[in-house]
Design a protein around this ligand. Structure first.
Ligand SMILES: [Zn+2]
Length: 456
């Protein structure tokens, strides 16, 4: 293997077994794509020795396993993958299996191992992070949180200008994580949660003084830690994670439930996180929060957590009581559980189990667009009730009409990012309200801007 021209960026060796003589079989390779990263998961028969290297010219990442075998097939690369162009596997020598990921551009890598948890066995996770996409996201977020421009010195009255209520809407699961599967129609939870999230986002968008932020707006996976991070980047006032419940086996259950993070869960998680970062990833269901360790610690240590839980419970009760107006309630009280997705230090957060996808009658309803929007409007009513009821959340009068154009016609040389910047809106919002599947825009395209009425 000639690496003379290649530049070694990252090189890691994990030796996890003292003897390490048992050959490991690589059972499967899964690939998940999100806008700014691609996650590779190798399912393994046991603990493996591995080595990740990132090479330049052409850009690629190599993942080598010592004393290993692989008889499976490498996954096909979707054409829409923004990072990976091809995957190959090869045998370097009798002992070493190599996977080569050809890339469109250089990436940062991060890797870690997970012990068996739930349905999964030993895993090696390699994240390929796209610095370009990350920078764009960070930049967009920084712009959104930038302080308002200073008031002109001639102005004598300084009115604190109320920003919009930002509602972070998280469609549970996504991508290679389908969530629960319906028994009768094989409905995937990830599809139902996205449909309800989009319906809720539309309703929120139509409310004066409220703005939705979709944590995911398509069929891709977003790591749990990243979900609340995104909400925080957008300075969300509340966070709602949408799910559909399921019962194991043939058990039948009905109705909606709402969860808030439990204090015990937070404390327990804190202890675990501090004790063992690897275990922490297992604790949250095999999803890594490793990269966010310092953030998780800060999050959980934050004294405002307790206050946030209290607010989350209030928010949950408001949402639950509205859900009770349209259907059955599984449990009359807001349940508290240790969900990673709810661990935001400063944003009241709830997880809504809309109905039981495992119960055929409820599965059928969950597939119905009308029922989906009923659920969305019940959640919205709950959110509004909470925002109004709570003294912290005095409902602002509708924001005065912005003097900006309601429609933007794309000019030569403009990108969706530059337009988002110009109007100080997040690129995801532009994409969402204009039904764009990616960031490409061509000159002459008419883009709706947030707050704009539908064109008649
Ligand atoms: Zn779920």
């Amino acid at each position: 293997m000639k690496l003379t021209r290649a530049f070694l960026i990252v090189s890691m060796l994990w030796s996890l077994t003292a003897v390490g003589a048992t050959p490991v079989s690589i059972q499967n390779l899964r690939m998940w794509r999100a806008p700014d990263n691609t996650r590779l998961v190798f399912d393994l028969s046991g603990v493996a020795e591995y080595h990740v290297s990132a090479l330049e010219g052409p850009d690629r990442v190599l993942v080598d396993f010592d004393k290993a075998s692989f008889k499976g097939a490498v996954p096909e690369v979707e054409a829409s993958n923004t990072l990976v162009t091809a995957v190959r596997d090869s045998r370097v020598d009798n002992d070493t299996v190599r996977f080569v990921f050809e890339l469109k551009r250089a990436v940062k890598t991060r890797s870690f191992v997970l012990k068996p948890a739930g349905q999964y066995g030993h895993r090696l996770v390699v994240d390929l992070m796209d610095p370009q996409a990350e920078a764009e996201e960070a930049k967009a977020a920084a712009e959104e949180t930038a302080p308002p421009p200073p008031v002109a010195p001639t102005s004598r009255v300084v009115m604190p200008k109320r920003r919009e209520w930002v509602i972070a809407i998280d469609a549970g699961h996504g991508g290679k994580d389908p969530g629960a599967i319906g028994r009768q129609y094989r409905t995937r939870e990830k599809d139902v949660t996205l449909a309800i999230a989009l319906a809720l986002a539309r309703l929120v968008r139509d409310e004066p003084g409220m703005r939705p932020v979709l944590i995911r707006d398509g069929d891709y996976y977003v790591p749990l830690g990243r979900r609340f991070q995104r909400a925080r980047q957008h300075r969300a006032d509340v966070f709602v994670s949408i799910h559909a419940d399921s019962m194991p086996g043939k058990k039948i259950a009905y109705g909606s439930s709402v969860y808030a993070l439990s204090e015990r869960g937070a404390t327990h998680a804190l202890a675990r996180a501090l004790a063992d970062n690897e275990n922490y990833a297992d604790l949250v269901g095999g999803v890594s929060l490793n990269d966010k360790t310092s953030d998780v610690k800060r999050t959980l240590l934050d004294l405002s957590q307790e206050k946030t839980i209290e607010h989350s419970l209030q928010l949950g009760e408001d949402v639950l009581s509205e859900l009770g107006q349209i259907g059955k309630i599984h449990s009359g009280r807001v349940a508290q559980a240790n969900f990673a997705v709810l661990k935001s230090p400063d944003i009241p957060s709830v997880l809504v189990e809309t109905a039981f996808i495992s119960t055929p009658t409820e599965e059928k309803k969950l597939r119905d667009a009308q029922y989906q929007s009923q659920l969305a409007s019940a959640v919205l009513k709950g959110l509004k009730r909470y925002l109004v009821r709570n003294s912290r959340f005095e409902m602002a009068p509708p924001a005065p009409e912005a003097p900006t154009a309601r429609v933007h016609i794309v000019k030569n040389g403009e990108t969706l990012n530059s337009i988002a910047k110009q109007y100080n809106v997040h690129i995801e919002v532009l994409r969402f309200i204009n039904n764009l599947s990616d960031n490409r825009v061509s000159p002459g395209l008419r883009l709706r801007l947030p707050g704009a009425e539908r064109e008649s």
